[in-house]
Design a protein around this ligand. Structure first.
Ligand code: FAD
Length: 388
């Protein structure tokens, strides 16, 4: 293999470059990235960057040593898999190996008004300039990012309203019952939360609701989800992401996909997964690089992510949909720290913890190893999770 191209200059892209070199690939390596910036971390964008505590989250990579041609500010526009040619705004690039790491892009709402999203560094810096004390900020979507943006805007003294179409925050991620446990967090932070509210459009100066109400706003933030950035891809199977096997290979062994844009086969969960988690963008590229170089490797870590919601560290590992049952540790209505475990029989499928990093670490180990647990003991706060 003489030339490998990595498309996408996010965390998965830079990690793929590093992994290819670490595994001894000595050929020509090119990274094509649509943003003008070198790869940077996105989790701080809705947290420290929005809060004005950080400006730079660039991933610390030794670009000179990596000997990688950086085509930043250039997009892939098409793919001819039979010819092994990537079409880009910098011209046609032939390849022997291709890593697809173009991540995801935010979904927007209709309407002519200005809608802010938080996906890129530039998005976060633009929005941050508007988050001044007293500014009326309407956030559409009470998902992970909406809640993080609300946390930060409220801390900065803005008057924050969050609109959610579902009956509770985080309903899509966790289901309405668990999501409802986070409702008091909004009031505590001085944020107005309105659930079951349908937005019709974003207008100049505010948000129009389906029932005719208009909410005036100095800034409107839309956090209703993302979709994989794959409009440039053809000739490969796509199903909410690039379809890849457990080794992150597409049906063409010279093309692999990683990060937010990849839908990989998980033997652990017996289904295809696509996640939007920093941890997968960090770790899966090593498997993709191995596969591209003809080595045997499988990516099957339980998915992991964290979020910082109104001063609470929320951590989740695994994949709970379809689990046989759920048990709760602690008292979510009255305590700051609590956890939820999903099980199939005596095997953990997933864990969610709120402000309980120790329980999380112990549960994640049990989950990864597939160690059987006793559900009764999991609910007993006097028994450490590791001893359940
Ligand atoms: P991306 O980071 O999306 O990078 C893809 C890159 O490819 C982008 O730079 C894009 O411009 C570029 N690209 C797209 N199309 C093309 C094209 N056609 N040609 C060339 N380049 C292209 N995860 C957590 O686990 N915990 C968190 O707390 C957390 N917080 C987050 C907060 C925010 C605001 C955001 C946006 C994400 C957060 N995430 C979090 C998710 C995490 O950041 C992502 O899962 C991770 O960035 C995915 O990396 P990636 O490299 O796959 O994709």
């Amino acid at each position: 293999m003489e030339r490998v191209i990595v498309v996408g200059g996010g965390l998965a892209g830079v990690r793929a470059v590093e992994a290819l070199r670490a595994r001894g690939f000595g050929g020509r390596l090119t990274l094509v990235g649509a943003e003008p910036h070198r790869p940077y971390d996105r989790p701080p964008l809705s947290k420290a960057v929005l809060a004005g505590e950080r400006d730079d989250t660039t991933v610390d990579a030794s670009w000179d040593a990596l000997d990688c041609e950086l085509l930043l500010g250039h997009r892939a526009t098409g793919l001819r898999v039979e010819d092994r040619v990537l079409e880009t705004t910098a011209g046609e690039l032939p390849y022997d190996g291709l890593v697809i790491a173009t991540g995801a892009e935010t979904v927007r709402l209709p309407g002519p008004g200005r809608q802010h999203v938080i996906r890129t560094l530039d998005d976060a810096l633009e929005l941050r300039a508007l988050l001044v004390p007293g500014a009326r900020v309407v956030i559409v979507g009470a998902g992970w990012i909406g809640a993080e943006a609300a946390t930060t805007a409220a801390k900065l003294g803005c008057e924050v309203t969050v609109l959610e179409a579902a009956p509770a925050p985080l309903a899509a991620a966790l289901g309405p019952e668990l999501g409802a446990l986070t409702v008091p967090w909004y009031a505590e932070a001085g944020v107005t939360l309105r659930c079951g509210v349908k937005v019709s459009s974003i207008e100049e100066g505010g948000v129009a609701l389906v029932d005719g109400e208009f909410l005036a706003a100095d800034a409107v933030v839309v956090g209703i989800g993302v979709r994989p950035s794959l409009d440039w891809v053809s000739g490969l199977e796509l199903a909410d992401g690039v379809v890849v096997d457990a080794s992150l290979r597409t049906a063409r062994p010279e093309i692999v996909a990683v990060g937010d844009c990849a839908a990989w086969w998980s033997d652990r969960y017996g289904k295809r997964l696509r996640v939007e988690h920093w941890d997968a963008a960090l770790n899966a590229p090593d498997v993709a690089a191995a596969s591209l170089l003809g080595e045997e490797a499988v990516y099957d870590d339980p998915p992991y992510f964290w979020s910082e919601q109104f001063g609470r560290m929320v951590q989740y590992a695994g994949h709970h949909p379809g689990a046989e049952r759920m048990v709760v540790r602690g008292d979510p209505a009255n305590e700051r720290s609590w956890s939820v475990f999903w099980l199939d029989g005596d095997v953990l499928r997933a864990v969610l913890t709120v402000a309980s990093p120790r329980d999380f670490m112990q549960a994640r180990r049990l989950l990864t190893a597939g160690t059987p647990v006793d559900a009764e003991k999991l609910t007993d706060l006097s028994v450490p999770v590791r001893n359940t």
